[in-house]
Design a protein around this ligand. Structure first.
Ligand SMILES: NC(=O)c1ccc[n+]([C@@H]2O[C@H](COP(=O)([O-])OP(=O)(O)OC[C@H]3O[C@@H](n4cnc5c(N)ncnc54)[C@H](OP(=O)(O)O)[C@@H]3O)[C@@H](O)[C@H]2O)c1
Length: 266
């Protein structure tokens, strides 16, 4: 079955999703893409993924597609929804705007419009996103179009709107905390006399291996215990983390992220 998408926004997240769609079902998708008027960027984007550029009046394309993906900055969403509203009929409207949500979309669209709010993360670029999503009442065909998109960028979990607001700090922002942790480890290995790239590779593989173990059935506590001999070297390191209240620091970082996201979303 041929699926048709209109992407409004041709930036990093649109590129990740289009790349995923093209890689997973190139011959089954037709994709139109529009942006805010940067013609050079749109041309590069459309050439890279063999898309149809929409240089003017993207509203003319609404009736040509089944699914519209809003991939522009959250601050632009209200304006775009208001432009969309008069033309929407049976299309599924998917937004990836951080901090916004379904209710925020529904405010500006006709009643009964099929909407989905998806919160991917940056690993969508390599097909490894942990995406959260929620939808209004949508048809089986629309569910299928949504799942094709979600699965093309990684794994996805259906949540309530409120859960997405709460969990975005963890799935969306905490990757930055992991990178900060990686930088700290690389810094701490300063006197091992390895080149920066070698250190990065070593740390990345360690995190990757730990993540793979975590994705197995064992709990993090069991995995931690398996590495930690009482009175041993790892235990000495963990004791420092406990003494500095590592968990509390992480809680505070997540709370600060969520609070800021709510302010920005409003
Ligand atoms: N990047 C991520 O990892 C990530 C993760 C989760 C969610 N998101 C969400 O994804 C959305 C896009 O983020 P991004 O990182 O892809 O941003 P980006 O790289 O800055 O790209 C934004 C795109 O939106 C276009 N745009 C801006 N205003 C527009 C308008 N009024 N009409 C049509 N197009 C417009 C821009 O057009 P020009 O090309 O003309 O500048 C550009 O193509 C945001 O809502 C963000 O919250 C991003």
């Amino acid at each position: 079955m041929k699926r048709t998408y209109l992407f409004i926004g041709a930036g990093r997240m649109a590129a990740a999703m289009v790349k995923g769609l093209k890689a997973s079902c190139d011959d089954q998708v037709t994709i139109y893409a529009a942006n805010s008027g940067n013609k050079e960027r749109l041309e590069i984007f459309c050439t890279a993924y063999q898309l149809f550029p929409v240089v003017e009046n993207w509203t003319d394309y609404i009736t040509k597609v089944d699914t519209i993906v809003l991939a522009m900055p959250p601050s632009q969403q209200q304006d775009i929804l208001q432009q969309l509203a008069p033309f929407v009929t049976t299309q599924l409207i998917i937004s990836v705007a951080a901090g916004k949500g379904l209710r925020e979309m529904q405010k500006y669209l006709p009643d009964q419009t099929a909407v989905a709010w998806v919160m991917p993360n940056t690993a969508a670029q390599i097909g490894q996103s942990m995406s959260l999503y929620t939808t209004s009442t949508i048809s089986e065909a629309q569910k299928s179009a949504l799942h094709v998109l979600l699965e093309s960028i990684g794994e996805a979990k259906e949540c309530s709107e409120e859960q997405i607001h709460t969990l975005t700090a963890i799935t969306g922002s905490a990757p930055a905390f992991v990178y900060e942790f990686a930088m700290s480890l690389m810094d701490a290995a300063g006197n091992a006399q390895l080149a920066e790239e070698e250190l990065q590779e070593l740390v990345a593989q360690m995190i990757y291996g730990a993540a793979m173990m975590l994705k197995s059935s064992s709990s993090p506590a069991e995995l931690r215990e398996a590495v930690t001999t009482p009175g041993g070297a790892t235990a000495a390191g963990l004791d420092v983390l406990y003494a500095k209240n590592f968990q509390k620091v992480i809680h505070e970082a997540i709370q600060a992220t969520s609070e800021r996201a709510r302010i920005l979303g409003n």
